[in-house]
Design a protein around this ligand. Structure first.
Ligand SMILES: *Cc1c(COP(=O)(O)O)cnc(C)c1O
Length: 373
């Protein structure tokens, strides 16, 4: 039996995928980067495909190759591929590649020459996020690509870009990026580049901005049942999705402590009354942020028990309450619960000055994933 584990409810994942596809005007690409946001690459990818996702996407090429090795056949796109990446393997395994620069074009064409396989590329344009994609180089990139297309050296499958502020409904910057995207697509078309697939939307745009859906939406955080932005868009319930991950660890110890006890390194918390504390067998080495405050905690003994003091490397202390029924050895749920209302990844995000995305993706390799349903 594990001391800690993350339970991954694949039927919740399936229902989230179906919901997102039902509101999308295009097809769906399941984003499974970062070990499927910490939920387990292969089981999540397989279930997302079974639920109707027609594409898969990862940041790293290594992740895309793992998907192919597992026998998955649907189209796969990798979009964070430094020049030194193994493009030959990408071509052999039919992984589509994002194309953000002329340097990438050269590297990919070199691999193509060696393998005699025509690369399937997705032109990546920077429409305002100033992160990935071609910006000042865009016209030059189009010119080179159109030459390569004519020579049969590459096949342009898609043109795509990424939103910076899709989680801010009605923000004018989204309109700006959208119209910029359309303009860039038109420039490509003028050079005879006509990809089958345009894609721009992440989860937030999939949920609230149908005019940005085009042919394919890239479903990330919402597929895992989490809100792209709790403040602006509301929580999972409001968005009609269900959190896929619960996270639990054993209570290493339950004990009574008097009022005035200082708790943990630095004594940053002091008990205000006599109480019972629980020692939870999970810490920052497992991805529980050290700076989590008492807005987070665990559900155990049919109630919520907030964090007391600082999170340590392998453990942290919670205030169970004087009359708690929790016992040494019980499961303490950091995220979710066996029934009642527990802490959410959103609550942990607030308690740690971060977002739910970071909470679920940073859970460490010592915590096994258990796929259920
Ligand atoms: C991570 C990512 C997504 C998904 O974003 P969410 O906000 O999780 O929906 C989509 N597209 C790209 C390029 C990404 O890197």
């Amino acid at each position: 039996m594990s001391r800690a584990e993350a339970l991954i409810d694949l039927s919740a994942l399936e229902s989230n995928v179906r919901h997102l596809l039902s509101i999308s005007k295009g097809k769906g690409l399941a984003v499974v980067k970062a070990d499927a946001y910490g939920h387990g690459l292969i089981p999540v990818a397989q279930r997302a495909v079974a639920a109707g996702a027609s594409w898969l996407g990862t940041a790293l090429l290594e992740e895309s190759l793992k998907l192919r090795e597992s026998g998955i056949q649907v189209p796969i796109l990798a979009w964070l591929t430094p020049l030194q990446d193994d493009f030959e393997s990408a071509l052999k395994k039919k992984i589509d590649l994002a194309l953000p620069s002329l340097d990438h074009l050269a590297a990919i064409e070199k691999a193509a020459a060696r393998t005699s396989i025509t690369p399937r590329i997705h032109l990546e344009v920077d429409t305002g996020m100033t992160r990935g994609g071609a910006l000042s180089e865009w016209r030059a990139l189009l010119n080179s690509v159109s030459e390569s297309v004519k020579k049969g050296k590459v096949e342009v499958i898609g043109i795509w870009s990424h939103f910076a502020r899709a989680d801010e409904p009605g923000h004018p910057f989204n309109e700006e990026q959208l119209s910029n995207f359309k303009f860039r697509v038109k420039e490509a078309e003028e050079l005879g580049i006509r990809p089958e697939i345009l894609h721009l939307s992440n989860s937030a745009a999939t949920l609230i901005d149908p005019k940005s859906h085009f042919d394919l939406v890239r479903m990330g955080i919402a597929m895992y049942g989490l809100s792209p932005d709790v403040e602006n868009l509301g929580d999972s319930t409001k968005l009609g999705i269900q959190p896929v991950m619960s996270l639990r660890a054993r209570l290493q110890l339950v004990k009574e402590v008097p009022a005035g006890a200082q708790v943990g390194y630095g004594g940053t918390a002091i008990t205000s009354a006599a109480t019972k504390v629980g020692v939870v067998a999970m810490g920052y080495a497992d991805g529980v942020p050290r700076n989590a405050d008492s807005r987070a905690g665990v559900r155990v003994g049919n109630r919520k028990a907030p964090i007391l003091g600082r999170v340590s490397m392998d453990q942290f202390v919670v205030d169970l309450g004087n009359d708690s029924i929790a016992r040494t050895g019980d499961w303490a749920y950091l995220i979710g619960s066996e029934g009642g209302d527990g802490y959410t990844a959103d609550a942990w995000g607030r308690a740690c000055g971060t977002i739910n995305y970071e909470i679920v993706t940073r859970i460490g390799p010592r915590v096994p994933l258990v796929h259920i349903n």
